[in-house]
Design a protein around this ligand. Structure first.
Ligand SMILES: NC(=O)C1=CN([C@@H]2O[C@H](COP(=O)(O)OP(=O)(O)OC[C@H]3O[C@@H](n4cnc5c(N)ncnc54)[C@H](OP(=O)(O)O)[C@@H]3O)[C@@H](O)[C@H]2O)C=CC1
Ligand SMILES: O=C(CO)COP(=O)(O)O
Ligand SMILES: [Zn+2]
Length: 346
C-alpha cells in the first residue's frame, strides 16, 4: 500500500496572522497549542500570531535554534509535558521541519506558517534534520494546513525568494537521478510525482523575469511552486522528486563549509553541476539563476572553492542509499574540479 497524505487547507493571501485561530477551530485541532519560532521569526511574525491565538487557545511558545534532533527532542518534551494538542511552526525551513517531525512523533497535527519562500518543505511530508553532523531525510506527515501570508513573506530579504528558485530548479536533476535509480536499482518511481515536481522547475524558468521583480506576484508564484513541489514529495512518499545529487552536494557543504549559504542557494549551484554531469542544458539553469539574482558560483555563495570541490567528492557518502548520477564511488577530485570549472562554479 502506498499512503499519500496531503494538507487539508491552504491559505495564501495578505494579513493572515490573525486567521490561524479560525483554521484551527475549523479543523478542530484542540485547546492547547504550541507555537515554534526562531529568534528572528518570533519578532517577524511569531509574536503576533501567538497574541491572536491567545484570544482562543491556551498557547505555549518555544524558540527553536536549528533543524536538529536535539531541537526535535526538546520540542517533543514540551508537547508531552504540557499536553499539547497541535503545533504551529512560524519560520523558515528549519522551524517548519522541527514542527513537522516533533508533531509527527507525538502523533498530533501541525500548521505550517512560512515566513520565507526559500524552500519546498512548506508542504512536504518529510523533514530534513541534522543528526550526527549530517542531514537525514525523515518520513513524517504533511501540515494539516498551510497559512502563507504574503505580507510577511514579502518583507523577507530578496535573497530568500531567489533561494526558493534554487530549491525548485533542483527538481530537474533530482528527477533525472530518480529515473536513473529506477532504471539501475529498480527503485519505485512515480511518473505523476515526477511530472508535478518538474512543473515547479519549469514554472520558475518560464517566470524568471516576473520573479526577479520581487513583488507580490513574484512571491505568490514562488510560493505556489514550492507548495506543489512539496505535494510531489508527499505523493512520492519521499523527497526523491525534489532531492538528488544537487541536494547531497548542499548537505555536504552544510557539513564542511565554515559558513554555508542558504539551502536553496547551494542546491541551485549544485543543480548547474549535476545538470552538466547528466548531459542536460546546464547553461539554461545557470541563466535562470542569474536572471533571478541567485548565486551561480563559489564566490557568490561566499564559499571557498576548496570546499566546493571537497563537497562534490564526498556528496555520494551523505546518503549512500540514494542512488544518483554520482554513482556508488562518487567523483574523483579531478572530475569534481573539472565539472566545477567547466560550469564556471569555481
Ligand atoms: N522538509 C523538506 O522537504 C525540506 C526541508 N528543507 C530544509 O529547510 C532548511 C532551509 O530553510 P531556509 O528557510 O532556507 O533556512 P532557515 O529556516 O534555516 O532560516 C535561515 C535564516 O533566515 C531567517 N528568516 C526566516 N524568515 C525570515 C524573514 N522573513 N526575514 C528575515 N529572516 C528570516 C531565520 O530566522 P530564525 O533564526 O529566527 O529561524 C534564519 O536565521 C534546511 O534545513 C533544509 O534542509 C528544505 C527544502 C525541503
Ligand atoms: O530539501 C529537500 C527538497 O527540496 C528535501 O531534503 P532532503 O534532501 O533532506 O530529503
Ligand atoms: Zn531542498
Amino acid at each position: 500500500m502506498h499512503l499519500m497524505e496531503l494538507p487539508r487547507e491552504v491559505l495564501l493571501g495578505e494579513n493572515l496572522k490573525d486567521k490561524v485561530s479560525q483554521v484551527a477551530k475549523r479543523l478542530k485541532l484542540g485547546e492547547k497549542a504550541l507555537i515554534l519560532y526562531g529568534p528572528k521569526t518570533k519578532e517577524i511574525a511569531g509574536k503576533d500570531v501567538e497574541k491572536h491565538l491567545k484570544d482562543f487557545f491556551e498557547v505555549e511558545g518555544l524558540i527553536v535554534k536549528e533543524a536538529s534532533m536535539k531541537e526535535v527532542e526538546k520540542t517533543l518534551n514540551v508537547i508531552r509535558n504540557e499536553g499539547i494538542n497541535w503545533v504551529i511552526g512560524v519560520g523558515g525551513g528549519s522551524i517548519i521541519d522541527v514542527a513537522k517531525l516533533a508533531s509527527f512523533k507525538a502523533d498530533i497535527p501541525f500548521i505550517s506558517f512560512p515566513t520565507t519562500a526559500s524552500h519546498d518543505g512548506i508542504a512536504s511530508a518529510n523533514a530534513s534534520i541534522k543528526d550526527l553532523g549530517t542531514k537525514t531525510s525523515v518520513k513524517a506527515r504533511p501540515p494539516v494546513a498551510i497559512i502563507a501570508d504574503v505580507e510577511v513573506i514579502k518583507t523577507a530579504p530578496y535573497r530568500y525568494l531567489a533561494a526558493g528558485v534554487g530549491d525548485m530548479i533542483s527538481n530537474l536533476t533530482a528527477v533525472k537521478d530518480w529515473e536513473l535509480a529506477h532504471k539501475i536499482k529498480g527503485e519505485y518511481f512515480s511518473e505523476y510525482a515526477a511530472s508535478l515536481s518538474l512543473m515547479s522547475a519549469k514554472m520558475v524558468i518560464k517566470n524568471a523575469d516576473i520573479i526577479r521583480l520581487g513583488n507580490e506576484e513574484s512571491v505568490r508564484k514562488v510560493i505556489k511552486g514550492l507548495i506543489s513541489s512539496g505535494v510531489a514529495m508527499s505523493i512520492a512518499g519521499s523527497s526523491r522528486p525534489a532531492s538528488g545529487a544537487e541536494h547531497l552536494f548542499s548537505h555536504a557543504l552544510d557539513a564542511i563549509a565554515p559558513k554555508p549559504a542558504l539551502h536553496g542557494e547551494q542546491c541551485g549551484v549544485g543543480t548547474i553541476i549535476m545538470a552538466y554531469l547528466h548531459g542536460l542544458k546546464w547553461q539554461k539553469i545557470r541563466e535562470t539563476l542569474k536572471k533571478v539574482g541567485a548565486p551561480t558560483n563559489a564566490y557568490e555563495l561566499g564559499i571557498d572553492p576548496e570546499y566546493i570541490v571537497e563537497a562534490l567528492t564526498i556528496a555520494h557518502t551523505i546518503r549512500p542509499e540514494r542512488y544518483t548520477i554520482l554513482g556508488k564511488d562518487g567523483l574523483t577530485r579531478e572530475a569534481a574540479e573539472k565539472a566545477a570549472k567547466i560550469t564556471g562554479v569555481i
